[in-house]
Ligand binder design. Sequence first.
Ligand code: IMP
Ligand code: MG
Length: 198
Amino acid sequence: MAEHVRMLIPEEQVNKRIEEIAAKIDADYGDAPLHLICVLKGGAMFMCELAKHLTMPVSFDFMSVSSYGSGTTSSGVVRIVKDLDEPLEGKDVLIVEDIIDTGHTLAYLVEILGRRHPKSIRICTLLNKPERRVKKQVKVDYTCFEIPDKFVVGYGLDYDQRYRNLPYIGVVEFGPDPGEGIGAEGSGTKREETEKTE
Ligand code: IMP
Ligand code: MG
């Protein structure tokens, strides 16, 4: 079926908001070193842009997780595909994510990374879909944008591994040119029951 991406948040607005969030993080941590953990692959573009605006000493690490999901919802079964290279002991850790949807991924990450004795652990996300939250206990410290329950791509986020390179955030729509409207019911964003690397 024909597929296109409708602009939701333009590039300038995304970058401006990331700069604002970076200023908040700067103010909160001061000169203390900050250890950024990028959740691959979706968080990569966001973390790079965010880090450019931070002024304290910053270190990077990367991890990759996968979740089993049905349709557009992850089931909560999360698995580490690539673990961190560095220990977290005594560090101020900031987890950098592309999007929080059900919250399963971050609930799992905060739990397992919290056991590695960081000095502190906080969450920074580019996008947040609060309507979809299942894991209500996940506390998000920094959110760039709250968005409605639509399947979005761009700025690191994918649909079947595509669109990650778009410099803006858009909604994937299916079918003939929708004009104003957002894709109708059953808009094709459903994914098979499968293990998905984030
Ligand atoms: P959660 O465990 O349900 O919070 O899912 C989080 C992960 O699902 C994110 O890190 C994304 O990789 C993926 N995801 C959730 N919603 C979207 C979306 O709208 N577009 C692209 N990926 C999404
Ligand atoms: Mg992700």
